[in-house]
Design a protein around this ligand. Structure first.
Ligand SMILES: Nc1ncnc2c1ncn2[C@@H]1O[C@H](COP(=O)(O)OP(=O)(O)OP(=O)(O)O)[C@@H](O)[C@H]1O
Ligand SMILES: [Mg+2]
Length: 207
């Protein structure tokens, strides 16, 4: 239902954007141009939010195969190299048993967590990624030395649409989608954070 509505909202948004761009081309008045540009940008922002909602509604059952979590982490780090340029990344990846999980979805989770860490870092960024085998689960730890999360926000960060990012930067869906994926793998995801010091997210997945 939400997905259907979201989809239909995209059509009028597309038309608003189209007509705004037509008006933009036909005017030389700077003040009008400025306002039309704002309408256009805000329309695009609404379209982005709708897109997020669609991705959220489309969350599918995991397609399980036997995967090595360390390999998935390395793949994601490879993809994200350009965004990690000024950040010192340390990995401590213990050899792991293969677990039954959806490779694409696990990569999506790791990517969301890394993206949050990158966005939380202002300068001299450091990221630490650790994996280990505990009794009957595999543990992934992703730590950063970023801005940290205030105590009163800790129980909200997994809620859909909770974001502290400036207008247009975040939709607040990254962690709620990740939470859903880990739950459907019968795993858990937890957060520990210190303001000004950094944040650690811990994922546990059953072997
Ligand atoms: N590593 C982190 N350091 C500091 N704050 C974090 C971290 N990870 C999450 N947060 C906080 O949790 C909020 C929700 O995160 P989430 O990934 O769900 O949404 P978002 O990053 O704001 O937007 P989106 O992921 O949709 O682009 C963030 O806005 C931020 O306040
Ligand atoms: Mg995010």
């Amino acid at each position: 239902m939400a997905a259907g509505v979201a989809h239909e909202i995209n059509n009028p948004l597309g038309n608003i954007s189209l007509y705004t761009q037509m008006l933009l081309k036909n005017t030389d008045d700077e003040n009008t141009k400025e306002k039309l540009t704002i309408i256009n940008d805000e329309t695009n922002r609404a379209a982005q939010i709708v897109k997020g909602l669609l991705d959220f509604a489309r969350q599918s059952e995991p397609k399980l195969t036997r995967i090595d979590i360390n390999k998935e982490i390395e793949k994601v780090l490879g993809i994200m190299t350009p965004q990690l340029k000024d950040i010192k990344v340390t990995t401590e990846l213990e050899p792991l048993p293969r677990i039954r999980a959806d490779s694409g979805q696990i990569q999506q989770v790791i990517m969301n967590l890394l993206k949050n860490s990158i966005q939380s870092i202002k300068k001299k960024g450091e990221l630490m990624i650790k994996t280990a085998t505990k009794n009957d689960y595999v543990e992934i730890n992703i730590s950063d030395n970023g801005c940290g999360i205030p105590k009163e926000d800790l129980n909200k960060i997994f809620d859909p649409f909770f974001t502290t990012k400036e207008m247009g930067k975040g939709t607040g869906l990254g962690l709620s989608i990740s939470y859903g994926i880990i739950k459907r793998h019968n795993g858990s995801i937890e957060v520990k954070s210190n303001i000004g010091k950094g944040t650690t997210l811990t994922i546990k997945l059953p072997v």
